[in-house]
Design a protein around this ligand. Structure first.
Ligand SMILES: [Zn+2]
Length: 382
């Protein structure tokens, strides 16, 4: 059904439209026009205002050709990570890559191009029976799934969503982690580093001792944590009274995530408790200030869920080996599930995303297009 060369042309167009998070305006305009030409009713929501971006999410509806078929939401995000301005895509036989000076932006313009291709095919081919389709091209996915978080799903008819935003078209993500993000500000005590360091408490040292004791990296098969130290340039002749730790922890298990956060907290508390100086009869201690928030909730959609069965069956019909997998990254699917939809995430051929050597695997890109096209047809046939 799909026109592969046209789909490649679309992704090449899209990656050349700059769209860092909050700056998705040109891509949104392109998509609004293309969706209208393909017979969709298109609106842009208010999410842009909520996040100080130039555009909201692009929402489109394509009516079904026969009543009684449950609507399906197809979704991909319009924004890219940096450096994503002035992308020069290079097409090779089996791939599209960037020229090495920017990311490619196949994350997630490959997903966007697939969805647009499906809609165009359905518009051209009046012999294909399909149910109602809804489309959400979201903003600001890369900076915290913000577009999806501000999407009003009560205005959608769909209860199921197929998100196109991961790597392999032979993997359907049905399980993804819970994630917390946190900032710890470790407070010490300033003193001249050469004259009287014993009167100070180095916040950097306290933080370092805590970090050395913390669970970090791959904690168990389902749990990870990472952090950075984020303080500006400072003089070296003063014992530092502040060290800011910013990080994240994720787990497929909400309980293990909570345990990891507890352990990170107690490492900091222990290190701070050990850092005491007594000056003129008075004790001074290091102390820790914390902000921690849930970035997104995880999900686990069982293999026998109707949506999973639909996608698996579509892949089988096309001879594509597809398996359900868990991943360690979040996507808009996390937010849609949290909001009560059933959402899974299919790979589109994205590779080495968020790097200057990002590329798009054209074989997988084609496979993903075929799977989605077949899903739409099988849904109507069921
Ligand atoms: Zn993405």
């Amino acid at each position: 059904m799909i026109n592969f060369e046209r789909m490649v042309g679309t992704v090449l167009d899209l990656v050349q439209l700059d769209s860092h998070s909050r700056e998705e305006g040109r891509v949104a305009e392109y998509l609004v026009r293309a969706l209208r030409e393909a017979g969709c009713e298109v609106t842009t929501d208010d999410a842009g205002k909520a996040v100080s971006g130039v555009t909201g999410n692009v929402i489109a509806r394509l009516p079904g050709r026969r009543p009684g078929i449950a609507p399906l939401l197809l979704s991909s995000h319009m924004d890219t990570v940096t450096p994503g301005r002035g992308v020069h895509p290079v097409r090779e036989t089996d791939r599209i890559r960037s020229d090495g000076t920017t990311i490619l932006g196949g994350d997630d313009k490959s997903g966007v191009a697939i969805i647009l291709e499906i809609v165009r095919c359905l518009h051209e081919r009046d012999d294909i029976v399909h149910g109602p389709l809804e489309i959400a091209f979201t903003i600001c996915e890369e900076i915290g799934l913000l577009g999806a978080k501000h999407l009003d799903v009560s205005r959608l008819a769909s209860r199921e969503a197929l998100v196109l935003d991961s790597s392999h078209a032979t993997r359907l993500v049905t399980r993804a982690p819970y994630a917390d993000r946190y900032t710890f500000r470790v407070h010490g005590r300033e003193a001249h580093a050469g004259i009287c360091p014993e009167r100070g408490i180095s916040a950097v040292r306290v933080a370092a001792q805590a970090i050395a004791a913390m669970p970090l990296g791959r904690i168990d098969p389902e749990t990870t944590a990472n952090l950075v130290i984020e303080d500006g340039p400072r003089p070296t002749n003063i014992v530092p009274n502040l060290c800011t730790i910013r990080g994240e922890a994720r787990s497929l298990s909400e309980e293990r995530l909570a345990r990891t956060m507890e352990s990170i907290r107690s490492c900091l508390a222990d290190a701070a408790a050990r850092a005491v100086v007594t000056l003129e009869g008075r004790q001074h201690r290091a102390w820790v200030e914390e902000t921690c928030e849930r970035e997104y909730d995880g999900y686990h959609i069982p293999d026998d869920a109707p949506l999973v069965r639909l996608v698996m069956s579509a892949a089988r019909a096309r001879g594509i080996p597809l398996e359900t997998v868990a991943i360690g990254g979040g996507s808009d699917a996390n937010v849609f599930n949290r909001k009560g939809l059933t959402a899974v995430n299919l790979g589109t051929g994205q590779r080495d995303v968020h790097t200057l050597w990002e590329w798009l695997d054209l074989a997988d890109f084609r496979r993903a297009g075929e799977i989605v096209a077949t899903c739409v047809q099988e849904r109507a046939a069921a």
